[in-house]
Design a protein around this ligand. Structure first.
Ligand SMILES: [Zn+2]
Length: 68
């Protein structure tokens, strides 16, 4: 199976979405242990996702509530 299918699955998993049809968690984890490219890619994606979450949290907690 081409890497792009796994990357779509990794992306979905990172977002908390269900895996795309045809990719099981077992297949995905097997691929990640055998494909260094996808392994690195998934680490980058998770790091990016975590950074985005932090930014959103800071923005939410730091923004003063405007009186209407
Ligand atoms: Zn791959």
């Amino acid at each position: 199976m081409p890497c792009i299918r796994y990357r779509t699955a990794i992306s979905a998993q990172t977002e908390g979405d269900p895996l795309p049809a045809g990719v099981t968690e077992q297949e995905l984890s097997t691929h990640l242990t055998t494909c260094l490219d996808c392994h690195r890619w998934s680490k980058r994606l998770r790091a990016l996702r975590a950074a985005t979450d932090d930014l959103l949290r800071i923005r939410h907690s730091g923004a003063p509530t405007k009186p209407v």
